[in-house]
Design a protein around this ligand. Structure first.
Ligand code: BES
Ligand code: MN
Ligand code: MN
Length: 478
């Protein structure tokens, strides 16, 4: 409750007219404005590296991605720049700790990107960045290379002009965010001291809309599982055997269809036990967001929206858990027709979780329920692929207030506070192991095709992000 009251305080309390200009910072701002085109060219070089973390094939490009970040951090004037080897992809660390008595902020982001398939749907090549209508198109543009690069440039500009930073700064940029952050989690468990800080600043989320400064204070968690159904010991002729034994694809489809009822309610027993209800105050905050269901549907190319009964679209995405089939495999899927009764079928199923659901507990409940739904005519295997905890960040922390003020100054508008449906699993580890609050100060847009063909990043927001980052350093020092 205390937290939510401060949302009101913050959204109502930031007034740009009250901001007095600081001559030192104005020189930093002018320097950034004068160099923005160089920054964009450098960002292109970063985007040319195909640092896809999912597949072994890009191992060398992952090293190149880490080296690129390390070199730019060095050029920016950061100290102790290190590419840290892990069992997986390397981490990049750097710091600048010459502001005694001032707080320390840890900048976190990721240089790994999602795979590019289906490549045929891209209008230009994913690793050959092009600028169209003020937007830069490439895989990783908005998620998360463009956003990581903003902070490197703000620090560089600050150090060039002022010669020193007003706060202590650390960077940890990882290469496994898109595959579960295992190496960074291990690193934090063994090196909490190295990353000790007063707050973590993360730019890996979105603005509510173009030009609207936004702090995200909630993320959903995740439980991701795989279900494999096996029927007969080999593929069979569907004429000779059809109708005599269970078809694994049909059986899998039946199981999936039982996981959610017609009201969009998940049927797994105990699934909602720990879900925190949305408070009145928070509902009120959500209602203050301009949202058109019609525009949302049109933009996505659907005639009608669908979701859990009794909730608005924003509430569904930001505060309610859900269950989705992410992929399904089985039988004959090539061109033409082959009459076959398959031996196996497989589905990948993810559940987005909300406070206070526990991904480990949810994974157990899911597994138990799927097994109970499986008839004796087939056998089932359920594998837990990965998970992450949901997040609510404190709104009354000094760093959150500095972030909101910084964005307001850069954008010239009041900062809004929203939640988000996506997940960044490492945030909970920062909270638990570093005992530091996170500030989610993102500059992307959810319409910028992250994880999808034609990913892009609005260069206006890239520019405003660099300015916000510079303002943040100054605000956080106050
Ligand atoms: N940057 C995203 C998270 C995100 C998505 C924030 C949309 C705001 C809006 C992050 O890179 C991501 O894709 N996370 C994964 C987590 C998973 C791979 C463990 C996700 O949400 O699916
Ligand atoms: Mn990301
Ligand atoms: Mn992502």
């Amino acid at each position: 409750m205390e937290v939510l009251q401060s949302i009101k305080f913050l959204t109502g309390g930031l007034n740009i007219i009250l901001y007095r200009k600081d001559p030192k910072l104005e020189r930093v701002v002018s320097y950034i404005n004068a160099n923005i085109h160089t920054y964009i060219e450098e960002l292109k070089d970063f985007l040319r590296i195909p640092s896809i973390s999912t597949s072994e094939q890009y191992k060398n490009d992952m090293l190149k991605g880490a080296d690129f970040v390390a070199n730019k951090l060095k050029d920016a004037g950061l100290k102790n720049v290190k590419v840290i080897k892990t069992k997986g992809h390397p981490l990049v660390y750097a710091d600048w700790l010459n502001a005694p008595g001032k707080p320390t902020v840890l900048f976190y982001g990721h240089y790994d990107v999602q795979p590019v398939d289906p490549i045929s749907l891209w209008d230009s090549l994913p690793f050959d960045p092009v600028i169209k209508n003020g937007k830069i198109y490439a895989r990783g543009a908005t998620d998360d290379k463009g956003q990581v690069y903003m902070h490197i440039k703000s620090i560089e500009a600050y150090l060039k002009i002022v010669k020193k930073l007003p706060v202590n700064v650390k960077f940890i940029i990882e290469g496994e965010e898109e595959i579960g952050s295992e190496s960074l989690e291990n690193f934090i468990n063994n090196n909490a001291k190295t990353l000790k800080c007063d707050a973590v600043l993360i730019s890996d989320t979105a603005l509510y809309g173009p030009g609207i400064p936004t702090i995200t204070y909630g993320l959903r968690g995740l439980a991701y599982l795989q279900v494999e159904i096996t029927g007969p010991n080999r593929d069979l002729h569907s004429g000779t055997f059809g109708g005599t034994i269970a078809n694994p694809i049909n059986t899998l489809a039946e199981i999936i269809s039982k996981l959610m009822d017609k009201n969009g309610h998940i049927t797994i027993p105990g699934f909602y036990d720990d879900v925190v209800k949305i408070s009145k105050l928070e509902k009120e905050n959500f209602r203050s967001f301009i949202f058109s269901e019609k525009k949302f549907a049109t933009e996505l190319g659907v005639r009608k929206l669908k979701g859990e009964k009794g909730y608005t679209t924003l509430e569904r995405s930001w505060t309610r858990p859900t269950l989705d089939c992410n992929g399904i495999l089985g039988g004959f899927t090539e061109e033409g027709a082959k009459t076959v009764l398959p031996s196996k079928a497989m589905a990948k199923i993810s559940m987005r979780l909300v406070p206070n659901q526990n991904p480990k507990k949810i994974s157990k409940l899911f597994t138990k329920y799927v097994k109970s739904l499986t008839p004796q005519t087939v056998s089932v295997k359920v594998k837990d692929l990965h998970g992450g905890y949901p997040v609510l960040t404190p709104l009354n922390d000094k760093a959150t207030i500095a972030g909101a003020t910084a964005m307001s100054k850069a954008f010239g508008k009041k900062t809004v506070f929203m939640r988000e449906g996506g997940s960044i699993p490492i945030v909970t580890v920062f909270t638990k192991k570093l005992k530091a609050p996170s500030v989610l100060m993102g500059f992307g847009l959810n319409t910028e095709n992250l994880h999808s063909p034609n990913e892009h990043f609005d260069l206006k927001h890239f520019h405003l992000g660099i300015l916000s980052s510079a303002y943040f350093l100054q605000e956080y020092a106050k």
